[in-house]
Design a protein around this ligand. Structure first.
Ligand code: B1M
Length: 219
C-alpha cells in the first residue's frame, strides 16, 4: 500500500523522486487524487510553519515546491478528466509581485475538470494583463490568486479595472489564496471567494451560471 506519510515527508524535505514514486503508487491503487493531494498540501503547511520559525529558508521552500509540482503533474490528468466540452472561459493568474503558483495551478486544473476553458496567465500578473486577456478571450470569469499579504492589494486594482472596462464590466471576479478572506473579497468588490481548489470549481460554476443567465436575459 502507498505510504502516504512518507509522501508528506518527501515533499517536506524536497525529495522529488520519492514524492513522484509514492504518488504513482497511490494512483495505481485507485486512491482518489484529492486524497493524495491532501498529503502534499499538508506538507506545504509544515514547510510554511518551519519557514516562519526560521528553521528553513527560501531554497528549501523551493525544493519542496519542486517536489510537489513533480507529483501533482501525475495527478493533473485525473483531476482534469471527466470534463466535456468547455461551456465557459476563465482567465486566471497570480497577482503582480507574487510568484506562488501551486495553489493557482490546482484551481486551474480543477476548473478544466469542471468544463471551463482556462487561460492561465502564470505568476506576477499585472492588473492590466488580467483585463486585456479577459477581453481578448471573451472570459466569463476572472480568477486571481495571492499568497502574500503584500500583494493582495493588486486584486482590488483588477476588480476596479474589470468594472471600468465596458466589454467585461459585468463578469464575476473570484479571489483566493491563503491570506485572502471572504471579508477581504467583499471589501474589494470581488464577486466571490473560495478557500480551496475544490470549492473554487463549485463557486466558479455558480458565478458563471448566474452571469450567463443575466447576460442572456439582458440580450
Ligand atoms: Co513563500 N511564503 N515566499 N514561497 N511560501 C508563504 C506564502 C508564507 C506564508 C510562508 C510563511 O512565512 N509561513 C509567506 C507569506 C507571509 C505573508 O505574506 N503573510 C511566504 C514568504 C514570506 C515568501 C517570500 C517573501 C520569502 C522570501 O523571499 N523571503 C518569497 C516571496 C516570493 C514572491 O512571491 N515574490 C517566497 C517564495 C516562495 C518560493 C518561491 C520559495 C515557494 C513558491 C514556489 C511556487 O509556488 N512555485 C514558496 C512556498 C512553497 C511557500 C509555502 C511554504 C507554500 C505555498 C503553497 O504552495 N502552498 C507558503 C506557506 C504556506 O502556505 N503555508 C509560503 C500549497 C498550496 C496548495 O496552497 O497556495 O494556499 P495555496 O492554495 C490553496 C488555497 O489557498 C486556494 O486553493 C489552493 C488549493 O487548495 N487558492 C485559491 C489559491 N489560489 C486560489 C484562487 C482562487 C480560489 C482558491 O480563486 C481564483
Amino acid at each position: 500500500m502507498a505510504d502516504f506519510p512518507a509522501l508528506q515527508h518527501a515533499v517536506e524535505i524536497g525529495d522529488r523522486d520519492t514524492a513522484v514514486r509514492i504518488t504513482q503508487e497511490g494512483i495505481d491503487e485507485g486512491v482518489p487524487p484529492e486524497a493524495i493531494l491532501k498529503w502534499m498540501t499538508d506538507a506545504m503547511e509544515v514547510v510554511g510553519g518551519r519557514f516562519a520559525r526560521q528553521e528553513l529558508f527560501v531554497p528549501e521552500m523551493l525544493i519542496s515546491a519542486r517536489a510537489m509540482k513533480g507529483a501533482v503533474a501525475l495527478l493533473e490528468p485525473l483531476l482534469v478528466a471527466g470534463g466535456i466540452q468547455p461551456d465557459s472561459t476563465a482567465v486566471i493568474g497570480t497577482i503582480k509581485g507574487d510568484l506562488h503558483d501551486i495553489g493557482k495551478n490546482l484551481v486551474a486544473m480543477m476548473w478544466k475538470g469542471g468544463n471551463i476553458r482556462v487561460i492561465d496567465l502564470g505568476v506576477n500578473v499585472a492588473p492590466e494583463k488580467f483585463v486585456a486577456a479577459a477581453v481578448e478571450h471573451g472570459a466569463d470569469i476572472v480568477g486571481i490568486s495571492a499568497l502574500l499579504t503584500t500583494t493582495m492589494g493588486g486584486m482590488k486594482q483588477v476588480v476596479e479595472l474589470v468594472r471600468a472596462t465596458p466589454e467585461i464590466a459585468g463578469i464575476p471576479v473570484i479571489v483566493g489564496g491563503a491570506p485572502v478572506t471572504p471579508e477581504f473579497a467583499q471589501q474589494i468588490g470581488a464577486t466571490g471567494w473560495a478557500p480551496d481548489a475544490a470549492s473554487a470549481v463549485m463557486k466558479a460554476r455558480e458565478l458563471i451560471s448566474a452571469f450567463q443567465k443575466g447576460a442572456a436575459a439582458g440580450a
